[in-house]
Design a protein around this ligand. Structure first.
Ligand code: FE2
Length: 283
């Protein structure tokens, strides 16, 4: 059986500091030609896989139908495909051009998706920012001084967020384990400065387990480690890119982009088998 790593229709290259890229080498090669089972295994192993230069999907419906070959899709009031396009008067930062703090998808929902699939319908353009940022949390834990990790492990976050699609509270220790492999991972929604007037719809975040000075130190050291270039990959979008990521392992966010830049991503979430009931959801 051909596997993604050994096929003449694409070249496989590492992504720095983590992840794998498949570059189509034969014009007209379609994303559907890459075997899903093998691709899924690569995403679990490398946590992020980029497909570049492939033919893909002309519509959200086609994209969603393809993603169904990966597993059960997360359903939203808008369907399965989130169209990430800047809105003129956003009611939430997700539809703004601001930066997006680190978080994990599904943190406020009944189930946490295992995978995210992104299609870049239109890139924001060179020098316009808008990279999607991914932090490799097991590597962060491995490479950080154990005494610092011990401080992180004492802290629990309580997160409350009300937006168009939910109004939920989630409680999660910062250091926890991958629900399938047991590998230590980080679950953290990075706070934004309360005085950042440009950030639309702040969530309410509370952290407990240490005194105020200890909590402040945890935020400082954790942020530095998550954004350390050794652990952080910032994906600069090119039109046509498909990116598959491991939401059980990575945290992700977004760099700010030039307002009005033509950035258009589609995102679908794929559940694990069985779907992971959100362990932190309180209401
Ligand atoms: Fe997200």
């Amino acid at each position: 059986m051909s596997t993604p790593a050994t096929d003449s229709r694409w070249a496989v290259e590492p992504v720095t500091p983590f992840g794998l890229a498949l570059h189509a080498t034969v014009p007209g090669t379609h994303v559907r030609e890459v075997p899903v089972e093998a691709l899924r295994a690569l995403v679990r192993e490398h946590h992020l896989v980029l497909l570049r230069g492939f033919d893909s999907f002309d519509s959200a419906g086609q994209f969603s139908a393809y993603c169904e070959s990966w597993g059960e899709l997360a359903q939203w009031p808008f369907g399965t495909v989130l169209e990430l396009v800047e809105k003129e008067q956003p009611e939430d930062h997700i539809f703004d051009s601001s930066y997006m703090p680190m978080h994990w998808d599904g943190m406020y929902r009944d189930h946490i998706p295992e995978f995210q699939v992104f299609q870049c319908v239109h890139a924001p353009g060179v020098d316009n920012g808008g990279e999607t940022t991914f932090s490799h949390t097991p590597r962060v834990l491995e490479r950080t001084d154990p005494r610092t990790v011990e401080q992180w492990a004492r802290v629990t976050g309580t997160y409350h967020r009300a937006m168009e699609f939910y109004d939920s509270v989630t409680v999660s220790p910062i250091v926890t384990t991958h629900p399938v492999t047991g590998t230590p991972v980080i679950r953290y929604n990075e706070p934004t400065a309360a005085d950042d007037q440009d950030f639309v719809n702040h969530p309410d975040l509370t952290f407990t387990g240490l005194d105020d000075a200890g909590i402040a130190e945890v935020h400082r050291t954790l942020r530095a480690a998550l954004y350390d270039p050794e652990h952080l990959y910032a994906h600069a979008w090119q039109t046509g890119d498909l990116v598959f990521t491991d939401n059980y392992t990575l945290l992700h966010g977004r760099n700010a982009f030039t307002s009005g830049a033509p950035r258009h991503l589609r995102r679908v979430q794929v559940h694990g088998n069985p779907p992971l009931a959100n362990p932190g959801l309180v209401k």
